[in-house]
Design a protein around this ligand. Structure first.
Ligand code: PEP
Ligand code: MN
Length: 330
């Protein structure tokens, strides 16, 4: 309550809450009085308490997400993607081309991923490009190519979907549906993937707070699946020499707030190859449950994100680090 609130103002708040079926506890301090509410928070939100006379501020203490909250499920969940676990007992490598460009390029990249110890193949058939003039992906043909790469390598496939109308088709081909950073608050799309019957890889929006990110996960969970893997892929920062800033704190914070597993995407965070392996190691250091990286057989010819694609020695170094991860040598 504000410092000027009268005893009647305070009583009016208490009565409003009690009439709605809740309890209100009044705590009188020297400078101001606090009214603590216990009961159904959604009900309280409908009471418009902030509009009552003398109310200075309404502060929500409990988290607004429920299904994805750690309180809902102690410990980290394991999400299984085409038989491959992502969770607290493994450190999972996901790798593949940023975009599916041709059958040959995708098969080569998939073989590189598999040789590096990847357990899941990534690759975009629908690309959410910032510019409408940039390569937009092969669409349905890209999905066919991914299915061939899966058949050739045995690796399950994660691929992005950008339009609710495409969800049924993408879900027919993919083992896991990816929500990109640009669509992380496209609520209709989140509901559509949540109802599609496949696990979901949810990137963090590029300016999303942890709460906003987990609310996006809550949309998916509420629509039908708790098989959600969070992915920290870098946030907007003021530094122009890197594409985005990998938020290392996001990993332990996500683990503290949610039971969902979390992986990092150092490729889309850095935007440059030389930082990818160091950032992947940082992800391991803070307890990530896996890493997703771009690989390309000929990065100089890539139609999308060539500068960050791993190949050769960098990929070998990452492969070694993943193999030696304590969770993987147990
Ligand atoms: C991607 O993984 O291909 C991608 C576009 O990532 P992001 O949505 O994080 O930019
Ligand atoms: Mn990319």
């Amino acid at each position: 309550m504000s410092a000027e609130a009268s005893a009647e103002d305070i009583q009016a708040v208490v009565s409003t809450v009690e009439n709605a079926g809740g309890s209100a506890f009044v705590s009188r301090g020297v400078a101001r009085t606090i009214v603590g509410l216990v009961g159904d928070i959604e009900l309280f939100l409908n009471l418009n308490l902030a509009t009552l006379r003398g109310v200075a501020e309404v502060i929500r203490i409990s988290a607004p997400y429920k299904l994805v909250s750690r309180a809902n499920h102690p410990g980290t969940s394991t999400v299984t993607v085409g038989g491959v676990p992502i969770g607290p007992d493994t450190f999972t490598l996901i790798a593949g081309p940023c975009a599916v460009e041709t059958l040959e390029q995708t098969l080569e990249a998939a073989a590189m991923a598999k040789n590096a110890g990847a357990k899941i193949l990534r690759g975009g058939a629908y690309k959410p490009r910032t510019s409408p003039y940039a390569f937009q992906g092969l669409g349905p043909l890209g999905l066919e190519i991914l299915a061939e790469a899966r058949a050739a390598t045995g690796l399950p496939v994660v691929t992005e979907v950008v339009d609710p109308a495409d969800v049924p088709l993408v879900a027919e081909y993919a083992d896991m549906l990816q929500i990109g950073t640009r669509n992380a608050q496209n609520f209709g799309l989140l509901q559509a993937v949540g109802a599609a019957g496949k696990p979901v890889l949810l990137k963090r929006g590029l300016t999303a707070t942890y709460e906003e990110w987990l609310m996006s996960a809550e949309y998916i969970a509420q629509s039908g699946t708790l098989d959600i893997v969070l992915c920290e892929r870098g946030i907007r920062s003021f530094e122009p020499s890197i594409r985005n800033m990998l938020d290392i704190s996001a990993v332990p914070m996500a683990h503290a707030l949610s039971h969902l597993p979390i992986i990092v995407d150092p490729s889309h965070a850095a935007g440059r190859r030389d930082l990818v392996v160091p950032l992947a190691r940082a992800g391991m250091g803070v307890g990530a449950d896996g890493v997703i990286v771009d690989v390309h057989p000929h990065p100089e010819q890539a139609l999308c994100d060539g500068p960050q694609a791993l190949f050769g020695a960098d990929l070998d170094e990452l492969a070694d680090a993943v193999r030696q991860h304590p969770r993987n040598i147990r």
